[in-house]
Design a protein around this ligand. Sequence first.
Ligand code: HEC
Ligand code: HEC
Length: 305
Amino acid sequence: MSTFWSLWIIILTTTNLVLLLWVLLANRKVAVVGEENKDVKTTGHEYDGIEEYDNPLPRWWFYMFLLTFIFAVGYLIIYPGYGSYEGLKFKDSPAWTSVGELRGDQAKAEQVYAETYGVYSKMPIEEVARNPDALKMGFRLFSNNCAVCHGADGGGNPGFPNLTDKDWLYGGTADKIHETIVSGRKAAMPAWGSIMGEEGVVDVTEYVLQLSGSEHDAAKAEAGAKLFAANCVACHAADGKGNQLVGAPNLTDNIWLYGGEPATIRQTVRDGRNGVMPAQQELLKEDRIHLLAAYVYSLSLEESN
Ligand code: HEC
Ligand code: HEC
């Protein structure tokens, strides 16, 4: 805070307090007048014959008012609030700040979490994946951190892979899942529209449809096969089954990340795709990632049961 604003606040606060105190004291009347009093003083207000006595504030009220001043001064001494004054510092502890209080609460919470999560941190992911209590926690972590993209049940959305099946872009071992969550993934499917033209896009799409056993135009697919061999096998492999090192999906199954409609495949091939799985290492602590990896691992276990 600059000195100017600090002084500004100090002057405003002080002026307000002093002014209010003055108003309170200056208007203080001691004598209580009542009906038995001969020279009854009224405020001069009269309404339908009803007049208002000019009585002072009740004593308890007056003292309570005074107390609020004492409280205000005490508060401004102990807590930050008087310009850039930081508040009272006790022996070892620094002055109170709201951030400090938050950090303190967080540290306390973290200690509790660390104990709860810590139990599982040392267990292998495959084992945690079979522990119902751990999975309950994993589910909650998943709901908070992953469900927006992957769906509440991990079933995925167009562009966001289904985590409950056995079809993996990057690999479904505990290690690979853990690696995906920690470091994230960036997929790079190049755009082919300007390279092979719309006709090429249509042909190669028919070939992709053929690979997955979908309805296709055989003549176009034959032309597409050549384009595929020349342009796509580096990532999707000669047999079209993909490559988990670059996250190139298997094109021979009928599981689609973006969609298996001819128009969607053409769009994928024409414009490319760049799916991003955000790295969680900066966002989540390792003990949580461990639980999440176990939870994701368990999702595809259930299917095989
Ligand atoms: C440099 C590697 C690379 C090359 C070359 C490549 N792809 Fe891909 N392809 C990928 C990656 C990676 C993805 C996944 C994109 C994502 O996750 O966002 C992908 C996704 C796709 C998809 C979407 C699959 C789905 O499940 O929705 C199709 C279809 C596809 N590629 C077809 C092709 C065709 C046809 C070619 C050749 C013309 C080709 N790819 C060349 C890397 C490549
Ligand atoms: C902002 C959206 C988003 C969030 C949030 C997100 N993901 Fe993802 N995730 C993706 C996308 C997109 C991909 C696919 C990347 C690609 O196209 O190659 C992915 C891929 C994955 C994969 C790899 C799947 C495979 O087939 O190999 C796993 C595992 C995964 N995410 C787990 C998680 C977990 C666990 C969380 C929560 C901590 C999470 N994701 C949060 C978008 C997200």
